[in-house]
Each structure stands twice: as structure tokens, then as C-alpha cells.
Design a protein around this ligand. Sequence first.
Ligand SMILES: Nc1ncnc2c1ncn2[C@@H]1O[C@H](COP(=O)(O)OP(=O)(O)OP(=O)(O)O)[C@@H](O)[C@H]1O
Length: 267
Amino acid sequence: MMNYEAGGPPPRSATPAVRAEDLTVVRGSRTVLHDLRFTVPRGKITGLLGPSGCGKSTLMRAIVGTQAGITGTLDVLGHPAGHPTLRSRIGYVTQAPSVYDDLTVRQNLDYFAAILDPGRAAAERRRHHVTRAITDVDLIHHADALAGNLSGGQRNRVSLAVALLGTPELLVLDEPTVGLDPVLRRDLWNLFHDLAATRGATLLVSSHVMDEAERCHRLLLMREGAILADETPDALRTRTATDTVEAAFLDLVDAAAATDHAKESTR
Ligand SMILES: Nc1ncnc2c1ncn2[C@@H]1O[C@H](COP(=O)(O)OP(=O)(O)OP(=O)(O)O)[C@@H](O)[C@H]1O
């Protein structure tokens, strides 16, 4: 397992964290992602934004290796997505918190830590990692509370703490700020920036809240299973001559809809 505590951020590899070329995903009888081509740079926060149903979760599942029906190229940390060596190098938090309600926050973390780093000899290291993860997500005052008695936002943060346990190189977070109040949302974004800056982690964070896009280093904007933009928030605003990422996104959506309409009317 990678651990960057001793020497700060790791040396950055030249290969991107994620590289997709002609990536297509079919779910059931539907093509949900169409010929995607993009890269996710290492050590940065990339926001994956788009309306509900555009394919964000499907793309994340493909990247972490849990999605069937994939064709094209999808490389993650230098290996094909789903490669067994990637398991301990990726942290993935789904929209539904995966915690045991009848265990306390610390017991949940102890359980997953024992799976990641088993054995008596590792007990002290596990204790340290568990306390660090609980502190990272600001749940230290709830460490002994039963997960089942926590709020939805707190349970989400327990899931995030589990994902942080192994000090993953790539963190894939599916709508991590849903249901959080503005203060917690800000604190979580500060944590994401800290993970990128001091631990060298790569974060791919999905959201359909456009103001969160302004907090990302790079953006992948999606609509109906296609990538509308792959650039920095500044470059996006400049290119579309808009003041906010939300306005830029609406501009691109309108342009894409007009192109679709023109194509349909010439058929
Ligand atoms: N098992 C499935 N079989 C067929 N289509 C599916 C299946 N699961 C999801 N889809 C479709 O795939 C598309 C993309 O879904 P996905 O969950 O990736 O979108 P999303 O952008 O993450 O949405 P949200 O923001 O609401 O979570 C949707 O149109 C959805 O209806």
C-alpha cells in the first residue's frame, strides 16, 4: 500500500491518473457513454459535472473497475481499469454510504483498517491511520457514536474516512457534498485541496452543483453521455465569454442542443 506520510507528496508520474480514448459504455440496451476522450491529471482535483442522468456515476464505476460493458481504452494509474493492483491504490465513495449502523464510527474504521493492513504487528499503525482518517473528516467528537445514530451527512463522512484509510493515490468521490450544510461543504473542499497539495492525491469529484466547479483545478463537463468541456474553470469561462462556470455550462448545453436539433432537421 502506498504511504506518503514520511516524505510529503510523492514524485509525480508523467502519465495521467486516468486516460480515456474512445471509451464507450453500454448498460442494458442503452449506450450511456459515447466515445469519451479525456485525461485526469495527477495531484489535482478534477470536477465531473453535469445534470442528473448524464453518466457521471457510470464513468466513475468504469474508472474504479466495477462497470461492465466497456469498450475502448481506459487506463488508470498506468494500468487498464479494473487491474487487481489498482485495488489498494484507489479510494471510492459511492452516493450511498457503506457503513455498518450497529458499529461506532471508530469500530467501522477499525474493521476496514484490519482488512487493509492486517496482523498484530500493524496494530499501532492501524490506530494511527484510523485516528487520522476520523480527524480528516471532522468526526473526532463522534468517534464513539453508533453510525446508525448519525445524520446522513455524517454517515457520508464515515464512508469518506474509510476511503482515506489506505492513503489512496486516486480518490473517486461520487457527489460527496450532497446533504451537507455550507460550513461542512467548505470544510470538505478544504480537505480535498489539502489531500492534493500535501499528500499528492488525485481527486475526481462529481457534483451537479455548479458552484463547486469553481473549487476544482480542472473540469470535465458532461451532457447526455458525452464530454462538453475538459479544461480549467478559467479557460472555460474565457472560451465561453462568461463570468461563472454555471453560465459557461448553460452556454455549452444550448450550443450542443442547437447542433443536435440542426442534425435532426436535416435527416
Ligand atoms: N442498470 C442500468 N441499465 C440501463 N441504464 C442504466 C442503468 N443504470 C443507469 N442507467 C442509465 O444510465 C444513465 C447514466 O446514469 P448515471 O447514474 O451514470 O448518471 P449520473 O449522471 O450519475 O446521475 P445522478 O447525478 O442522478 O447520479 C442514466 O440515463 C440511467 O438511466
